[in-house]
Design a protein. Structure first.
Length: 309
């Protein structure tokens, strides 16, 4: 019990040096404010994952928080360990996939461990066996989405003959044709809200989005070198194209398919029209861009297509 109170005092010190309110600090470390309050009062223990994120946010040694090392707060203090490898099969993968589905349906903050357990037809104890806490599980779900997105981009662009076709393939992955793609976009939209609140997972998503935009910029840069794109600013063009993708995706998701809103096909066509009019070298007349054919039903049986962030 004494150690528990000592840990709480060190966490208070970290919060004090962070220069923000206790509630804001809880958001930064992806922790429920009430749980943080109870842990600081000594009525609840901090989990290992929570202490790792607190150490990360406060730039202190996790061992110092636990009282196992004497120093803390130095800029060169040892960093928390990297996240564990993501699950690729079995019950852990099922848990992560159901978490992604529930985030899409209900929103990031509305998903409870009990909801995930019910969706997996198992107990909360089983969930906690694989993931220490809700925060760790939600972070694993986000990282899984990001890894799947990266892998699918690489697979699709590997089939392209040049950078122009690479860009068309990337655009095709963004248009939410299927229900699974719509779910993925809903997850990304919820994470944008997290990024706006400067939470730890929000910052994780912001870093990933920067990587996504850089991927688009690199494709445009290759297209310039290959002579298929005009001599534009790759970074600025990537900013404009990703903004167009994001805005159109939100319009597509605003209404259910068939209800008269913007369609995935229209989004695909508009983004490719941008590539044709703003980037492509004008040599001979080209036919109007067409949306890439949506996946077959057999393909949907495999891992879901991932939209960009």
């Amino acid at each position: 019990m004494r150690q528990q109170f000592e840990v709480a005092e060190r966490v208070r010190e970290v919060i004090g040096k962070a220069g923000c309110t206790q509630r804001e600090f809880a958001r930064r470390v992806v922790m429920d404010p009430s749980k943080l309050s109870r842990s600081l009062s000594g009525s609840r223990r901090f989990t290992v994952g929570e202490l790792a994120r607190i150490a990360d946010a406060g730039n202190v040694d996790a061992g110092w928080l636990l009282g196992t090392t004497a120093t803390g707060g130095a800029a060169d203090a040892p960093r928390p360990p990297a996240p564990a490898a993501l699950p690729d099969s079995g019950r852990p993968l099922q848990i992560v996939r159901e978490t992604v589905r529930l985030i899409a349906e209900r929103g990031f903050h509305a998903v409870r461990v009990a909801d995930i357990a019910a969706a997996c037809d198992t107990s909360t104890a089983t969930i906690h066996y694989h993931f220490p806490g809700r925060a760790e599980l939600l972070e694993a779900a986000v990282r899984w989405c990001m890894d799947e997105d990266t892998a699918r981009r690489a697979a699709r662009t590997a089939m392209a003959d040049d950078a122009r076709e690479e860009l068309r393939q990337l655009i095709a992955l963004q248009a939410p044709y299927t229900e699974r793609q719509r779910q993925q976009w809903l997850v990304w939209m919820d994470l944008w809200a997290e990024a706006a609140r400067s939470t730890a997972i929000g910052r994780l998503h912001a870093d990933f989005y920067q990587q996504w935009r850089q991927t688009v910029a690199e494709v445009i840069r290759r297209g310039i070198e290959q002579g298929v794109f005009r001599a534009v600013d790759p970074e600025f063009s990537a900013l404009r194209l990703t903004a167009l993708i994001d805005g159109l995706a939100i319009q597509v998701l605003a209404t259910a398919p068939g209800e008269g809103g913007t369609t995935a096909e229209a989004m695909d066509l508009a983004c490719n029209a941008y590539v044709d009019s703003e980037l492509t070298v004008r040599t001979t007349a080209r036919p109007a861009a067409r949306p890439t054919a949506r996946r077959s039903g057999a393909d949907e049986a495999g891992p879901p297509d991932q939209p960009g962030p």
